[in-house]
Structures are given as structure tokens and as C-alpha cells.
Design a protein around this ligand. Structure first.
Ligand SMILES: O=C[C@H](O)COP(=O)(O)O
Length: 328
């Protein structure tokens, strides 16, 4: 990953938000289902394998558990560096190629950032593999702004290269768009000039698709480098329908303001098919240029195993059993 100073924000535009029409979910559900049903079966054989490899390079490999320790964070970093077993890499014909398959980043709690930085440094992969820290009172956002900002600064000081902040959903539910913008501007400032800010909207708690669209716009106006669906801790996490709405907002923002903002679905993405559906959606909505780790991430703790199994089967004709992974 390259880290350049980013400035994707613009002034708060209340008139733009007022013009946003009511967004009805029914036609979007039908539209999304119909194009995914058509496109997904068309991805077969080598093309499907290539898309799965692409998906791996866009994963923010995540552990966000109360029992995380330096050991499991170290193992996560090793997985991020070598997400596919050697025999799969060899069978795919990638062993001698220049193509290095790694995940884009790992994603951890703020107190595990130093462990991740140390582990990646030992492999000379920091910051080639990014260290994303959740912050700002993850997952609820229900803390004072002061402590939320301090948490961001602390994670950056410990070496986080990306900060996944959560928004205060109460500001959306009470339509306080300008206060939301002001908070997010301060969070972006707390990230400093190098750490990228991903804004988690927690769409499952925003009440309506219209709110999802408006919150997406406000997060982008405030300078977010990415907008992200969910923490993985809400009752409803990433869905294709909210992703469609967020991608519409990203496309509209790009046409109006001129900045490309990234998209990160997260929460409950577990299978190769789940991942491919998001890739199809992004390509359809935003175009091929968004299909890389600078503009697209998948936040997932449990997706890699399913992709590993499918690629192994594709390359060798053998479906590994769970036991095959026990001693990795
Ligand atoms: O940001 C990433 C999410 O917390 C991951 O959610 P997951 O554990 O459901 O994959």
C-alpha cells in the first residue's frame, strides 16, 4: 500500500442533503437480486479463481474478539502474509510468478496495534500489509468525543496505518447532519496526514436507506477515505442492498466533487460466493477501477478459509477437509 496525504473531503453541503429523495428498498432488492443471479453463475473456472485471488488481496483480515492476544494477532499477520497454503500456490502456478497474493491489511482493536506492527515488521511487511485499527468507541460510538479522538490518536501513534472509526448513529437518527460532519472532520484530523480513515456507518442501525445514503454523503464530505457498512457487531451487518445504496452515493460524490472514495462491506461475509457478489456489485456500480485494495476492501474474520478451500479444489481437484487446516 502507498500512503499519500489524502484530501477527499469538501465543505458541508446542506442543500445537497435536502435534495436527496426517499429511497424505497423494494425496487433495489429486485434489481440487485436479478443482476447478481445473472452474473454470479457466469463467473466460472479460471475467471472465478482469478476473481477469488483478487478478493483475497482486498481483504482486511480481521480479529475483533475480547480474547485477542499478541499470539493470535501474530498468527493473523502470518495468514495475511501467506493467505494460501504453499501447495495451492504451486498448483495455481503462482510459485514462480511476480504476483504476490497477500491480504490488504489486518484489522484489530487499538490495544493490539503494536502487536500487529511488530509481527509485520518481523516479516518486513509493515506497512506493505496495512494495520487497520477500529477506533472512536467501536462498536457503539457512544462515548465522549474527547475519548474517541484520543483513541484514534493513540492507535496512529502505535503505528496503525488505517483507522476504522464508527459514527455516532444517534446523530443520523436525529438528522443532525452538520454535527456529524463536524465530528468526522475532527476524526479525520486526528488520523493525521498518513493514516487513512474508513468510516463505519453501522447501516443496520440507521433506520432507512435514505439515512444510509445521507450518512454516506456526510462521511465523504468530511474526508473519509473509505465508507464501510458495519462493525460486524450489529444485528444486521453488510447486505448487498445497503452496499448498492452506498456505492450509488460514492458514484454521485465522485461525479459531483471529483474524489474517488473507497467502499468496504464488512460483517457476516463468510463464503467465496458472498465475496464474489460484492465484487460483481462494485464492478457494476462503480466500474473496474474500484476493484483494487486502494478503493475496495472486504472486512472479514471468517472468509479466507472458504476461499482457500475453493482455490485448492480448483487447482488440485481435491477438496481439503477441516483436518488439513488443523496444523497450519
Ligand atoms: O470489520 C470487520 C468486521 O468486524 C468483520 O466481521 P465478521 O467477523 O462478521 O467477518
Amino acid at each position: 500500500m502507498s500512503f499519500t496525504e489524502t484530501n477527499r473531503g469538501c465543505d458541508f453541503d446542506a442543500a445537497w442533503l435536502e435534495k436527496v429523495p426517499y429511497i424505497n428498498s423494494n425496487p433495489i432488492v429486485q434489481l440487485v437480486n436479478s443482476f447478481i443471479e445473472k452474473r454470479l453463475p457466469l463467473l466460472k473456472g479460471k475467471q472465478r479463481a482469478a476473481w477469488l485471488l483478487r478478493a483475497i488481496t482486498c481483504i482486511d483480515l480481521t480479529t475483533l474478539a475480547g480474547d485477542d492476544t499478541s499470539s493470535n494477532v501474530t498468527r493473523l499477520c502470518q495468514k495475511a502474509a501467506e493467505p494460501l497454503p504453499m501447495d495451492t500456490v504451486a498448483a495455481l502456478g503462482l510459485a514462480d510468478s511476480d504476483l504476490v497474493i497477500r491480504t490488504a491489511a489486518i484489522c484489530v482493536y487499538p490495544s493490539r496495534v503494536s502487536d500487529a506492527v511488530e509481527a509485520l515488521n518481523r516479516m518486513n511487511l509493515y506497512p506493505k500489509i496495512g494495520v487497520a485499527s477500529v477506533a472512536a468507541g467501536f462498536p457503539s460510538g457512544q462515548y465522549s468525543l474527547k475519548t474517541r479522538l484520543e483513541e484514534i490518536r493513540g492507535a496512529v501513534a502505535n503505528g496503525a496505518t488505517e483507522i476504522d472509526i464508527v459514527i455516532d448513529r444517534s446523530l443520523v437518527l436525529t438528522k443532525q447532519w452538520k454535527p456529524l460532519y463536524d465530528e468526522l472532520k475532527q476524526m479525520k484530523e486526528a488520523c493525521g496526514p498518513h493514516a487513512h480513515m474508513k468510516s463505519i456507518l453501522a447501516t443496520g442501525e440507521l433506520g432507512s436507506l435514505t439515512n444510509v445514503y445521507k450518512a454516506s454523503l456526510v462521511a465523504m464530505m468530511a474526508g473519509s477515505d473509505f465508507i464501510k457498512t458495519s462493525t460486524g457487531k450489529e444485528t444486521v451487518n453488510a447486505t448487498l442492498v445497503v452496499s448498492y445504496v452506498m456505492c450509488r452515493a460514492i458514484g454521485d460524490y465522485y461525479r459531483q466533487v471529483g474524489y474517488k472514495v473507497g467502499f468496504k462491506p464488512a460483517g457476516g461475509i463468510r463464503t467465496a460466493n458472498d465475496a464474489l457478489q460484492y465484487l460483481i456489485l462494485i464492478k457494476e456500480q462503480l466500474g473496474k477501477e474500484w476493484l483494487n485494495a486502494d478503493l475496495f476492501r472486504i472486512g472479514a474474520s471468517g472468509l479466507l478459509l472458504d476461499i482457500q478451500k475453493e482455490l485448492h479444489h480448483f487447482a488440485t481437484g481435491y477438496y481439503p477437509k477441516v483436518n488439513d487446516y488443523l496444523f497450519e
